[in-house]
Design a protein around this ligand. Structure first.
Ligand SMILES: [Zn+2]
Length: 158
């Protein structure tokens, strides 16, 4: 049995915050606003995994109203998703994800992101795709107001 899931997330830029994408802190003029570390890439991947499992989304497991998870590293969220998958007898076969941002450049950090994401999910780096594109200066991403991410996950029965 093979199951797929899709995830999408957006966070606005905010001043005075570190920019964390795929568990990697990237030097940039702005970070992303959010209750956690606002790692938009990890959040899209988490929702893809949860979706494939037929589980409620990330907001159910990590409600923004919960003060105990303020500033949480989103790799911990991925670890929780992998745990839920294992408890349901499912194995993560692969993840593919795209970041949509005008800046910063993601490519130099993609290998490190794959390393962090795969370690959190308990899989190998070559089971994780991390890609990036701009929005051709169109819309809120194009105006540099934030970063969007989308992801798919493929899981199989152990
Ligand atoms: Zn998010």
């Amino acid at each position: 049995m093979v199951r797929t899931g899709i995830g999408y997330d957006v966070h606005p830029f905010a001043e005075g915050r570190p920019l964390v994408l795929g568990g990697v802190t990237i030097p940039h003029t702005h970070g992303l606003k959010g209750h956690s570390d606002a790692d938009v890439l990890c959040h899209a991947i988490a929702d893809a995994v949860l979706g494939a499992l037929g589980e409620p989304d990330i907001g159910h497991w990590f409600p923004p109203s919960d003060p105990s998870i303020e500033g949480i590293c989103s790799l911990r969220i991925l670890e929780k998703c992998a745990q839920i998958a294992a408890e349901k007898g499912m194995r993560i076969e692969n993840i593919d994800a795209s970041l949509i941002a005008e800046a910063p450049r993601v490519k130099p950090h993609a290998a490190a992101m794959k390393q962090h994401i795969s370690a959190a999910l308990g899989i190998q780096p070559d089971q994780v795709g991390v890609k990036a594109t701009t929005n051709e200066r169109l819309g809120f991403v194009g105006r540099g107001e934030g970063i969007a991410a989308m992801a798919v996950a493929c899981l199989s029965k152990i």
